[in-house]
Ligand binder design. Sequence first.
Ligand SMILES: Cc1ncc(COP(=O)(O)O)c(C=O)c1O
Length: 434
Amino acid sequence: MRTNIVHIGAGELTYEIRNIVNVGQQLEKLGVETHWENIGDPVAKGETIPEWMKEVVAGLAMKDSSYAYCPTKGMLATREFIADQVNSRGKVQITAEDIIFFNGLGDAISKVFGMLKRTARVVVPSPSYTTHSSAEASHAGDRPVTYRLDPHNHWYPDLDDLERRVKYNPAVAGILIINPDNPTGAVYPEAILQGMVDLARKYDLFVICDEVYHNIIYNGKKTVAVSDIIGNVPAIIMRGISKEMPWPGSRCGWLEVYNGHNDPVFEKYIASILNAKMLEVCSTTLPQMAMPKLVSHAEYDGYLAERVARYERYSNIAYDSLKEVEGIQVNRTNGAFYMSAVFAEGVMNRQQTLPIEKEEVRTLVEKLVSSDTVSLDKRFVYYLLGATGICVVPLSSFATELQGFRITLLERDETAFRMIFDTIAENIRTYLDS
Ligand SMILES: Cc1ncc(COP(=O)(O)O)c(C=O)c1O
């Protein structure tokens, strides 16, 4: 090429959650029976879609209007429905005009960070759901700016660390919160969220809060919607139907903008996000039409409650399996459906292995981990995959120096679920002792 056509941020775009699938598929070809515990898709993990939900969607599929473009911001009736839901909590008032639909939050995230001025940074959690940290880093063409989630304090944000990151880095213009969190499964108490909003107010920042798991909280934990405590701070709240319905294939999520007219720079920035969406015309129509019908269906609350109760039970099974394993640190998951385990410092080295019977599988794993640039947790994850077929994601791929792994709680079969966690516990012991 006579001129370099590669974007400055191209190197920041990695998504190990899906990359690891390539390795798993190679191993499957060699006869390894794989358990996919890497990706947060409840449907792929066997969640059956209830008949009533399918009937609602099928009914809409019979309407010609479902096949049309919709307004750029999204279907007005759906945006009004969402605004009514927010307003009925009585804490804050928004209108349909403050809501913009996207083709899933993935699309929203790439626009939110993509339209940010190159030199303006959003401080993201570490560990961080990769779509956020990669999109933010890519827009800046630099490593993500992060604040620490503390594995020794329920994975809560370290507010002192956050303040240091903001105070000493004038490029920071915003704070990203993910609550409930992926990859840690933490649910933040109101006081922590308030502390983060207060920091945003103190340093004149805006807040982005991803609340896609807001209705998947258990173990008696409580949190608040950030919009309820946002006061006068400019904010973007992210919500969607991928996890809750669950309907990830709908590619349907939305932004709620709070205090969008309080600050002229923020107002212009939001307008640019809307204009970027306008160039694409609009987002998926049918899921937007379905969303209010599904959420207000008589069966919806019971259906969601049944799933949430299962995640609660499984979060406790997972925690009980791993909590006594020496050399790792785990927290009980209280929301969403992920758990992150962290290896203690210094317990891993490049000599550790797991026994893999099949020679071709062992050879492939050894080849994959042979370079010194492969992180220690990725080494463990590849050995685990080769030895047991269990596919998890290295924690170091979630914008953190911590070494560990993320696993989902989505396997529906309880016997299989217990087997997976007990096998992981046993293999961590074998690996660390090898
Ligand atoms: C915190 C968080 N936000 C957003 C998404 C993506 O949602 P969507 O399917 O709407 O793109 C995910 C998916 O795992 C997620 O964990």
